[in-house]
Design a protein around this ligand. Structure first.
Ligand code: FAD
Ligand code: MG
Length: 329
């Protein structure tokens, strides 16, 4: 069995050539079926590192860090791919009415979830920090490919969208190398390339949010699509019996606390599935499902705290764990 973060392609045999490396703050694995040569793997992983170097907030020289350092001071010219991802991020911020907000950087730093010293901030700290979170204060200039954060103290964080972009870029390399079948998994951002030899769909397991990695509650069947999950179990810390996870409400400043444990989005492009899974998680089931259903060729599976699962009508999803029940609308 091919076990990966968050979800896993159930029907992917281990005997095929695959490679895993640490990048983008997570384990990135790529499986090339047939003709998976070393040169293609090298090209993919060096592209992932390039994206990491340009978009990470943990690398001082990255374009995103330079934008953040110049907040309230001046616009910063960035590489085309950074501009593209920020443009898409702003698009999804608008579409989700700010539920998805790439300017959550100050909140991410304040809570420190995933870092060495996470903590629950005071209400006063949260309120002060929220004054720096507003995607409308991100100014983009498509001619000069520059990005300006209007207020000093603002900071971008592309953690909810850049892995999706990186997965799409890996898929593009695979396609141009003429490789017909492949699976990309960047810490739970999955892209299935091509179709299986017998033309049957790929089977991707959706993680059980309460169990160890690789335990799935059901299977979604996809073809040439990306499957991305946002959930409470990816990064969190516990204090006084309360779990604080890493997906924030950009309006309230706390980790989102609604009826959801996770949202999985299935879409053609991973950048879209990544942004939308985070957006739908923040919006909650009702509004999240309405958003997903308004988009063509986009489906979602919602795992709720009460152990029910809901899905958009077009999602091909089957429950395999009988502790969960699928509620058909
Ligand atoms: P998603 O739901 O896709 O995203 C959640 C993340 O997005 C949060 O962690 C936060 O960063 C941000 N976010 C929270 N709330 C919102 C919101 N409402 N709207 C928009 N964004 C929000 N991790 C490390 O530990 N060390 C590293 O060096 C590191 N480098 C990275 C470099 C890059 C280029 C990227 C893309 C990620 C990196 N990461 C690193 C991982 C990153 O910090 C996140 O943990 C990860 O991207 C979360 O992905 P997800 O799929 O679990 O969740
Ligand atoms: Mg995301």
């Amino acid at each position: 069995m091919y076990v990966i973060f968050g979800m896993f392609p159930v029907s992917c045999a281990r005997t095929e050539s695959s490679r895993a490396e640490f990048a983008l703050g997570t384990v990135c694995s790529v499986t090339l079926f047939e003709r998976g040569d070393n040169r293609v793997y090298q090209e993919i992983f060096s592209r992932l590192r390039e994206i990491d170097n340009r978009m990470s907030v943990n690398i001082a020289a990255s374009d995103v860090s330079r934008i953040n350092a110049a907040a309230g001071i001046e616009p910063v010219q960035v590489h085309d791919d950074v501009f593209f991802v920020i443009e898409r991020a702003v698009f999804y911020a608008r579409l989700s009415n700010g539920a998805f907000d790439p300017s959550v950087g100050p909140l991410v730093s304040l809570w420190g979830i995933g870092g060495e010293n996470p903590r629950v901030p005071t209400q006063e700290e949260i309120e002060k920090t929220l004054s720096f979170v507003n995607w409308r204060d991100i100014e983009l200039d498509a001619n000069s490919k520059s990005v300006f954060l209007k207020k000093p103290g603002m900071a971008l964080d592309l953690g909810a969208i850049a892995k999706g972009y990186a997965a799409d870029e890996a898929a593009a390399i695979i396609k141009s190398a003429g490789i017909e079948r492949a699976i990309i998994d960047l810490g739970g951002n999955i892209v299935t390339c091509g179709v299986k030899k017998d033309k049957s769909p790929w089977r991707v397991g959706i993680q059980n949010p309460d169990e160890k990695r690789g335990t799935y509650i059901g299977i979604t069947q996809v073809k040439e699509q990306s499957v991305v999950t946002s959930g409470v179990y990816e990064r969190f810390f516990e204090k006084d019996g309360v779990r604080y996870h890493h997906i924030f409400s950009p309006s309230g400043g706390y980790p989102v606390d609604n009826e959801l444990l996770s949202v999985t989005v299935i879409a053609h492009n991973s950048i879209d599935a990544d942004a939308l899974s985070t957006a739908a998680f923040v919006l909650g089931y009702e509004k999240g499902a309405t958003l997903i259903e308004s988009l063509p060729d986009t489906e979602a599976v919602f795992v709720m705290k009460d152990m029910t699962v809901r899905k958009t009508p077009g999602a091909d999803f089957t429950i395999t764990d009988k502790n969960f029940s699928l509620i058909q609308n």
